[in-house]
Design a protein around this ligand. Structure first.
Ligand code: HEM
Length: 449
């Protein structure tokens, strides 16, 4: 690190710096760092790792958009490579740009509309197993639901028998990445620990299934199937006409599984929690659903008639953003907001911190979906609300996720009310790779009259 002027930050211990305080409660630590030090706070992890918490929208824009080529994704993400290889989430530079060009069309708004029916079908299928008055782990239910949906979106009807194998293997992969990314000791993958062995076995199962389907599809190409896999296989680079190798398709399939289900499941779980704690908002949500749907199953075209439901999703992602912080590592010396950063420095931008800024969001701690009803997003600066990131690496699945969340809320909310069990401990956010309710959410589900 060598900076024009030293940047102040929370005082830490001589060797470990702020590491222990951060690990103890990352969200509280970051909130306090911003409150005390403003737009930039210098945080030290160990003797030589310098992290700068950037909390000014203009500077965040420079990091993620205007000066993004000076940065790369931070090291933490390297652990994900064990599962997703060199997919769009983990690749850099030219390779990333090519993959983005190839994949972007498959995520266009007009393409993803065709997945709406499957989303609602799986929502209804889940509800068919619910009994009014029973207690359920809603986090588990939402995870299974979004996993079923992304599996169907990816493979269409190619996987009917293998679904459980796939689900289990993906679950093991996700837990492995989370565990590795958050554990203090980094045990190499080659060590025969229980979790390494279990992970290897599940990765082999997944590879077998995925490569098997790819081979079968290469023999009988039919892009009209409409599932995501057929689109990935048919994708051609507009610059040189080339497509993806089997290995690349496999890596992208895994990437979509990794990036595309837990985030949405967390968002839905937080939303059920927030609605249960805010009767007025819940009432407005129910009224909209009753008025528009009157008890019938929603359709894709209902979405535009459900603005409040969409504001509920936006507000839930404001308070509990599934992606709670984005990190970037400096690759080449760069100037941001008058400070110079050197290669190896990490810049951290936290959605959790920014979304709770009083100057952009009135009564920031309160759940008020109606705040999104006017032109709030036009009034506040770009990058003060950024649940999906921004710039060339903005979430490729943002429209997919927004559609999925609103349709599932409508499907479930028009039939059931969810309440925390009376003896539920206080619900706290746990910032792992994604932000989830610590210990899950046990909720009583009651059929609406
Ligand atoms: C509420 C749900 C979701 C949230 C909050 C979310 C959030 C994010 C964020 C913040 C990033 C940018 C990370 C960075 O710049 O370092 C990202 C990237 C990404 N997301 Fe999402 N995501 C969600 C759902 C999805 C879904 C449903 C999919 C796929 C179907 C998906 C696929 C991806 C991919 C592939 C990337 C990497 C894009 C790139 O680097 O070019 N996400 N997501």
């Amino acid at each position: 690190m060598s900076l024009t002027t030293p940047i102040p930050g929370p005082k830490g211990l001589p060797l470990s710096g702020n590491l222990l305080a951060f690990r103890k409660d990352p969200l509280a630590f970051l909130m306090k760092a911003r409150q005390q030090y403003g737009d930039v706070a210098h945080i030290r992890f160990g003797p030589s790792r310098h992290v700068y918490l950037i909390s000014d929208p203009e500077q965040i824009k420079e990091v993620l958009l205007t000066k993004q080529s000076a940065f790369r994704k931070a090291k933490g993400l390297q652990t994900a490579k064990a599962v997703v290889g060199e997919g769009i989430l983990t690749s850099e530079g030219e390779k990333h740009m090519r993959q983005r060009r190839l994949m972007q069309p498959s995520f266009r708004k007009d393409r993803i509309g065709s997945y709406a029916e499957a989303m609602i079908d799986y929502g209804e299928k889940m509800l068919a197993s619910w009994k009014s008055g029973e207690t359920r782990d809603i986090m588990d239910d939402m995870m299974q639901l979004t996993l079923d949906i992304i599996t169907h979106t990816m493979f269409g009807t190619s996987i009917t028998n293998g679904v459980n194998d796939i689900s289990h293997a993906i679950d093991v992969g996700m837990k492995y990445v989370t565990h590795k990314a958050t554990s203090v000791i980094d045990i190499p993958e080659s060590f025969p620990t229980k979790s390494n062995l279990e992970f290897k076995q599940s990765a082999a199962t997944l590879d077998k299934v995925i490569f098997g389907i790819i081979e079968e599809r290469r023999k009988n190409p039919d892009a009209s199937r409409g599932d995501l896999l057929s689109m990935l296989l048919a994708a051609r680079d507009e610059e040189d006409g080339s497509g993806m190798s089997d290995q690349q398709v496999r890596d992208e399939v895994m990437t979509i599984f990794l990036a595309g289900h837990e985030t949405t499941a967390n968002t839905l779980s937080w939303t059920w929690y927030l609605l249960s704690q805010n009767p007025e908002a819940e009432k407005a949500f129910h009224e909209e659903l009753d008025q528009v749907l009157d008890g019938r199953r929603p359709t894709h075209s209902d979405l535009e008639k459900l603005p409040y439901t969409q504001h509920v999703v936006s507000e839930s992602m404001r308070l509990y953003p599934a992606a709670w912080a984005i990190n970037r590592e400096v690759q080449q010396e760069v100037e941001i907001g008058g400070n110079t950063y050197m290669p190896g420095d990490t810049l951290m931008m936290s959605q959790y911190v920014m979304h709770r800024r009083r100057d952009y969001f009135e009564e920031p701690e309160r759940f008020k979906p109606e705040r999104f009803a006017g032109d709030l997003l036009k009034k506040i600066p770009a990058f003060s609300y950024f649940p999906f990131g921004g710039g060339p690496r903005v979430c490729i699945g943002n429209n997919f996720a927004l559609m999925e969340a609103a349709l599932l809320l409508a499907t479930i909310g028009s039939r059931y009310t969810l309440r925390l069990t009376p003896d539920h401990p206080p619900v706290e956010p746990e910032p792992l790779v994604t932000l989830r309710p610590k210990g899950g959410l046990r909720m009583v589900v009651t059929a609406r009259g």
